[in-house]
Design a protein around this ligand. Structure first.
Ligand SMILES: Cc1cc2nc3c(=O)[nH]c(=O)nc-3n(C[C@H](O)[C@H](O)[C@H](O)COP(=O)(O)O)c2cc1C
Length: 169
């Protein structure tokens, strides 16, 4: 069984969870990055993301997954953006063929949960099996808190990851 862990992260929270998953299950870890630089300003990113979601714009990815077909199990990590996936993650989901693969979603959010993320992933991957999501509280950039999954919080999230991995098998 070959594992890929793909994630999208602006302020490091989803990346921290991705790394905790890799520590526990192994596999290849890949960060999704867009061809065009994203706004560094929070408000500008909120506005650009909302525009992309409303107009179904799929930003081009700089990241390429080499030999995607070798992977059986694919962890997909994303922050909640406007109660949905950042559009760059949808670009990833529409670029590759997930037929026959097992998808394992994970998420960090600013207090409001994963929103439409599971539904969006399931509809993008067709018949591929999507296992139960791990969704944990991350940063609250709107109130100036960027990376929250560090120190004792990171240790607590590591335990959540362990429990979740056991539950989903
Ligand atoms: C553009 C944008 C939109 C966001 N929208 C939401 C939201 O709708 N609900 C929520 O709970 N958090 C929202 N957040 C907060 C992030 O989901 C949260 O900070 C997450 O942990 C960020 O992950 P990252 O550090 O991997 O980028 C938003 C953050 C950004 C930058």
């Amino acid at each position: 069984m070959k594992t890929l862990i793909v994630y999208y992260s602006r302020t490091g929270n989803t990346q921290a969870v991705a790394e905790l998953i890799q520590t526990q299950v192994g596999g290849d870890l890949v960060a999704l990055e867009t061809q065009e630089k994203r706004p560094t300003n929070y408000r500008a990113e909120v506005d650009q993301n909302e525009r992309e979601q409303n107009q179904s714009i799929l930003p081009t990815l700089k990241t390429e997954i080499l030999d995607f077909n070798q992977y059986d199990r694919i962890f997909i990590g994303a922050p909640t953006w406007n109660m949905a996936l950042p559009q760059a993650v949808l670009t990833f989901l529409t670029t590759y063929d997930f037929t026959g693969k097992t998808i394992v979603p994970f998420n960090t959010h600013g207090g409001y949960g994963a929103g439409q993320i599971v539904a969006q992933i399931q509809s993008a991957v067709g018949d591929a099996v999507v296992l139960p999501i791990l969704s944990v509280a991350g940063g609250k950039e709107s109130s100036g808190q960027l990376l929250a999954i560090e120190g004792p919080t990171k240790a607590a999230v590591a335990k959540e990851v362990t429990n979740w991995l056991q539950k989903i098998g």
